[in-house]
Every structure is written in structure tokens, then in C-alpha cells.
Design a binder for this molecule. Sequence first.
Ligand code: OSB
Ligand code: MG
Length: 374
Amino acid sequence: MSIQEVTLHRMVMRLKDPFTTSFGTFQDKEFFVIEMEDESGCSGFGESVAFSSPWYSEETVETNKHIMENFLIPLLLESPIDHPDEVSKRFEPIRRNNMAKSGLEGAVWDLYAKRNHTPLYNALGGTKQQIDVGISIGIQPTAKELVNVVEGFVNEGYKRMKIKIKPGADYEMLKEVRKYFPDILLMADANSAYTLADIDMLRKLDELNLMMIEQPLSHDDIVDHAKLQSVLSTPICLDESIHSVEDARKAVELGSCEIINIKIGRVGGLTESKKIHDYCAEKGIAVWCGGMLEAGIGRAHNIALTTLPQFILPGDTAGSSRYWEKDIIDPEVFVDKGVIHVPSKPGIGYEVNREVLESYRVEKTVYSKNNILA
Ligand code: OSB
Ligand code: MG
């Protein structure tokens, strides 16, 4: 594959409902759709997942643009690529900036699968034809409202409810949900809102039969998580702390978690995601696919990844209509009783709807091999 042209479509899409986490509220999702064309005229699509502000991690939409434009895109246009696994190697001289790397690598994977007339999930080595999914529910103003929101998603058939928590909106709210729904698969995600000083509240969560608690402590910690895990019966799942298979290995060896949330963007792409998946399969660590409020292209990549066998727990890949009035792919991602049927068309398996994409686009920048060489 010789990449001839990379197009960055800068997008702004309004979420149907604001989404609140312990670190802030999202309303407008800003990101890049990355389009890549090779010498045969074939094209592939990726999506960058950094947010407008560096709340979840240090990357932002603007830093993604800087890094892609000045460092990563020139590396891609420089010489041909035989297999997408080479992309992360080629990006290695650039430190971190995993979300910038991942958006581009995702487009290469889609392009590669399309050139080979095979679905992306198959190119990745996945086999599942359908995947089970849960839903992530933002912090609600009251326990009553939370119970109502949970009820709606339980009725839609989502397989697992994840509730965002923060100090002051944690134990009591979850207890209320558990009271009304004694049997659902329930978990909490703190997005790093606690420290070991909160150990008493965290231990009380053990009463609620949660599947897991996601990232209770600092975004860059694995040591305190190991201390916490040693006194909790609820499994800890790490999200923010894991950026690579090496991070996963260290966390598992330390006993910092029993479960890992794999987000393609956070770990720098599908190749690294697969490495973490394979390592966890070997160690018997369950994984699931996290979400970053993606539009359809990122969502399609998550679906393809989730077809790998160690994704044994339902992920956060909800249907398009949970987020958007109109998604940028055709058909949209549809969840039927908590199940997504994996598309079998080549590449990501969904068509990009150009008209809808352009309606949300605020900027378009084209980088071509000829221009860069000229
Ligand atoms: O921690 O998983 C997270 C959304 C924004 C930032 C971080 C997280 C989330 C979610 C939503 O939980 C997942 C989704 O529905 O895409
Ligand atoms: Mg999380």
C-alpha cells in the first residue's frame, strides 16, 4: 500500500443528551474523521477520539492535529506499507500521542481490509458474528432520575449497566439502582475521582455485587490500585492507567486489576489493542472494549475489535441513536436486545455517509504525497 493522500475532516457533532463524568460534562463532540487513499484509489477511514479538553488524558483535538500534521502523516506518506502492524512501529520515534496515532492507524487497517476484500474483524483475526454490549450512563442529578434512566436501558435490552460515579454521587445512588434491579449486571466507573483516603466508601461498594469498579484511583496509578484491590472483593478494571501491553503486564503482575478496558485510541491503535488482548488471554484476564463517545467510524472499529475471543464481557459500544440524531455511517450501528450483528462487508463494514459527514464538518485539510515531496 502506498498512501497517496490523507484528508482530515474536522467534525463537531452535538450529543443528543449531555454526558457527565467525574471530570466534566460533554455536549459537543469534536474530532477528526481521517480518510486515506492509496495508489489504487482505494480509501480507508479512521476516527480520532481525543476530546476538546485534556480531561480524560493529555491529548486534545488540537494536539491531535499538530501531531498528525507535522509528524505522523509525513511518516505515512514517506514509503509504502505492507501490513497495518508496521504503522505503530513507524510511529515509534514519536512519544505517546496515542490517540493521534490510533486515528491514522485505524484508517490504514480499514484500507488494508478493503484492499483484501475482507471485513476488518476478519483482518484482525476476530471470529464472533455478533457481540454483546452494555451502556455507560453519565452522572444523574438524583438517584430517582438515575433509576429511571437505568430502567429505560434495561428495557432496551442492554446487557450491562455502567454508572459513572464521583464523590457525593456514589454508594447511595448505586444502592438505589441495586434495590430496583437486584439481578442486572451492574458496574461503576469513577474516572480517577478517588484516593486511598476514600477506602471506607470504596469497601462499602463490595455490598452491591458490582461486576467491577473502573479506574477508582489516579489516572496514572497502578501501585495504589494494587493496594486497593487487595482489600476489595469487587474486581478493579483499569482504563486510564493502561496505554500499552507493557502497562497491562505491569498492572497484572502487581495485582492492580482483574479486568482491563481496552480503548483503541488510548493504547495507540488496533495493533497494540490486539497485543493487550493476546496478553490478557494468556493470563486469563477478562477484557472489554471501552468507548469515547465515538461517531460511526470509531464505533465500527470498536465492533471489529470486540470480535476477538477474550472480549468476554459486554463493552460500552452502544447504538448510534444513543448518542446522535444522525450518525455519519450507513446503516447506523443498531443494537438489538443488547446485541450488535457484526457487518460482513469489506473494511469497517459500514458506508460513510458523505452528505451527513459534510453537514457536521467544520474544516477540511488535505495532505498529499506530491505536495509534501514538492
Ligand atoms: O471512562 O469510559 C470512560 C466517556 C468519555 C470519557 C471517558 C469514558 C466515557 C464513557 C462513555 O464511559 C463510553 C461511551 O459510551 O462511548
Ligand atoms: Mg472509563
